[in-house]
Design a protein around this ligand. Structure first.
Ligand SMILES: NC(=O)c1ccc[n+]([C@@H]2O[C@H](COP(=O)([O-])OP(=O)(O)OC[C@H]3O[C@@H](n4cnc5c(N)ncnc54)[C@H](O)[C@@H]3O)[C@@H](O)[C@H]2O)c1
Ligand SMILES: [Zn+2]
Ligand SMILES: [Zn+2]
Length: 372
């Protein structure tokens, strides 16, 4: 028997998201049905709305969901009915990346996250008896209920039992990416200088993680002064406005060069300048979405001579369950205070929440979908 749900349907950028009745398919052995309590709003949702990513429309988006497990398939071991869980991206579990616990680089990322269906092509959702595109990041959590998978569901550890799900919801995307970039991908060393370009969700998470790693100085660069103030609260030792000679100020502050330059803006001219600030063995980590036609140019002698690296990063090299619970541990200890980024909206205010993200007034909007 299918399950009735309400879901926000995206039909492109010419009309607002509309909450409508849908049906969820029966569970496969490795699937879980989650009652969604809350879901974060992320730029990737808007990128799909604007058809910048190859996800078919109309579609149910939302990929930062948290909730309570209602039912599980026969092969599920990650959680049981009644458990509090948070969802992240999906992966195949079998390819060369998944087999070394690097699922963010899954060879089969597209069919498991962006095809609008299960990887085998079957629909997880129906509307008026017809298949509806969903299974976005293996969840589609802009809905009262979601079908998730063994690979992208994380049972929340007992140590985080007091943290509300509506706060935990966004941890599986941008927060994980920024923190993982620092702690896992670039493995930032204690006492080394880092600059973070762009102080949104990803950059702020990187700044909090840089503080955890003991980096020094921690330089935040943004064009929004309010965000720079918050970056300082979260651990930045210096904050420079990108419109006001930030690169020169960094050069003056760290004459021997940066150990790490982390870009979340995706602006190629900025990345090239930031790369030019690296010390020998310095790493320039890049995560920001960019135009598919953009290229980067670096001087070959400087690239080789100093052992400098450019590192493309997806999902902060997270292995999902262990890393998300590690981040929640830091949160419980007060070292990862990401609640300062969140603004809450009711589910039926989804279009207002998206607007608040796009105009920069809220760093991380979170939709309240049902009571915990
Ligand atoms: N690679 C991954 O795994 C991954 C995961 C999540 C998000 N992302 C991408 O990372 C990027 C950042 O995500 P976010 O949620 O933090 O976005 P965001 O929009 O909240 O943050 C970007 C910040 O960059 C600032 N900015 C813009 N132009 C600038 C400039 N010239 N100099 C300095 N700062 C500037 C903006 O003011 C903003 O604060 C997005 O492109 C997103 O799609 C990548
Ligand atoms: Zn996201
Ligand atoms: Zn894989």
């Amino acid at each position: 028997m299918t399950t009735s749900a309400r879901a926000a349907i995206c039909r492109g950028n010419s009309e607002p998201f509309k909450i409508e009745d849908v049906e969820l398919d029966n569970l496969r052995p490795d699937e879980l049905r989650i009652r969604v309590v809350a879901c974060g709003v992320c730029h990737t949702d808007m990128a799909v709305r604007d058809e910048q990513l190859p996800v078919p429309h109309p579609v149910v988006l939302g990929h930062e969901g948290a909730g309570i497990v209602e039912e599980v398939g026969s092969a599920v071991t990650v959680a049981k009915p009644g458990d509090r869980v948070v969802m992240s991206f999906n992966s195949c579990g079998e390819c060369p990346s998944c087999s070394i616990d690097a699922p963010t680089y899954c060879y089969n990322f597209f069919p498991h996250n962006w095809s609008g269906k299960r990887a085998d092509g079957s629909p997880v959702m129906f509307k008026d008896g017809e298949p509806m595109n969903a299974n976005f990041f293996g969840q589609s959590s802009f809905a009262t209920h979601a079908i998730a998978h063994e690979a992208n569901t994380v049972k929340i550890a007992e140590s985080a039992a007091d943290i509300p799900l509506e706060r935990i919801a966004p941890i599986g995307c941008g927060l994980m990416t920024g923190a993982g970039a620092v702690l896992r991908s670039m493995k930032v060393r204690k006492g080394m200088p880092i600059a973070v370009f762009g102080a949104g969700t990803v950059g702020m998470a990187a700044i909090m993680a840089a503080k955890i790693a003991g980096a020094n100085p921690i330089i935040a660069v943004d064009v929004n002064d309010k965000r720079l103030e918050l970056a300082k609260e979260l651990g930045a030792t210096h904050a420079f406005n990108g419109k006001d000679g930030a690169m020169d100020k960094i050069r003056e502050l760290v004459p021997q060069g940066l150990g790490y330059a982390f870009d979340t803006t995706g602006i190629n001219t900025l990345i090239q300048e930031a790369w030019g600030l690296l010390a020998p063995m310095g790493i320039c980590g890049i995560v920001g979405a960019s135009d598919p036609s953009d290229n980067l140019t670096f001087n070959e002698a400087e690239f080789m001579g100093g052992g400098r690296r450019v590192m493309g990063i997806l999902g902060g090299d997270s292995d999902v369950g262990p890393f998300l619970n590690e981040l929640l541990d830091y949160h419980v200890k007060g070292q990862f205070p990401f609640e300062k980024l969140i603004g809450y909206f009711d589910f039926d205010q989804i279009n207002e929440a998206i607007h608040a993200s796009e105009d920069g007034s809220v760093v991380k909007p979170v939709l309240r979908i049902s009571a915990e």
